[in-house]
Design a protein around this ligand. Sequence first.
Ligand SMILES: *Cc1c(COP(=O)(O)O)cnc(C)c1O
Length: 375
Amino acid sequence: MRAETLAIHAGNLYDISTKDVTPPINLSTTFLRNEEGGYSGGHMYSRLSNPNRSALEKIVAELEKGADACALSSGNTAGMTVFQALKPGSHIIAPDDMYWGFKKQLLTIFADTLSIDFVDLNDFEEINRHIKENTVMIWTETPSNPLLKITDISAISAICKEKGLILACDSTFASPSLQNPISLGADIVMHSSTKYIGGHSDVLGGILITAEKNELWEKIRNIQEVGGAVPSPFDCYLLVRSIKTLAYRMRGHCENGMALAHYLQNHPAIETVYYPGLSSHSGHDIAKKQMRGFGGMLSILVKGGSDEARRVVNQVKLFAQATSLGGVESLIEHRASIEGPTTTTPPNLIRISAGLEHIDDLIADLNQALAYQNK
Ligand SMILES: *Cc1c(COP(=O)(O)O)cnc(C)c1O
């Protein structure tokens, strides 16, 4: 079955006596044992598994063409679970433009247990130069946050295969609809399901998908079950519900993202537009090769500095000035000020999450905000 069909049907796992077309929310934390002491319903205790989480994991594993998936309480938890599964003393290579929350995890929570080099993953020589005896993993993020850098997953996979390294990919900005890193050679895929998978800015979640059920995956599953940072049945239900429309939402996000990028590219108050769908973008050719659409995320540099950028985000009326992304409503954000004093994000950078409003209304709003800018 194709993605649109799987998204709607792959989660209908169980036989329900009331014959519900839509599976219910199973709130029970514990499940009946049979006379032999086993669990004929397939679930024992809801930290270990429950029907709503199993449905979510099954759908996402199928959409990502993986062998299994592991749902966690947030995207940050999903990343942390992978880092926790690595042997202390391991070295990892991470992207220079990495989701700042993961950078912070690596530099604080894992400061004493892992060593990290942040490298430009488009520079293969540089990657090879950083591979050491104890290097175990290359973590990629494509498109990246907030510079929309594109990493060639197949090329990095070739390096990983040659050197025996794990390849992990934060594919949040692409969603399972636009890119499937496992098909390109990744071992582990990670999503913040808070973003496009959830799609309505009302549920926090993260999910990991594996290419194979191997030793690393057993460790990850153990951290989920025994560590216990799991999403609630209601959160899983919401995500399963959202995934049914994911492919169609992504088409709208891509369409609006592209239209906004073209509009902004030609605006005199804008210095640069970072959007992988533009032929001027450095990662455009790779994005075209490995993605089925360019997504709804873009960043712009406003002419001037931090003040000019902040004036734009304060002047829009329809875009919500808020962090996060991937929801039906368009968001706009001055990025450096949320990342704090150690940020490397340019002070005049604004990140936009193109929602699903009518494009004319979005452009009209930016137009009035940027016109004010020119005065
Ligand atoms: C939001 C985000 C995360 C973290 O996910 P949370 O659900 O907020 O914990 C990780 N990576 C990327 C690319 C993100 O955008």
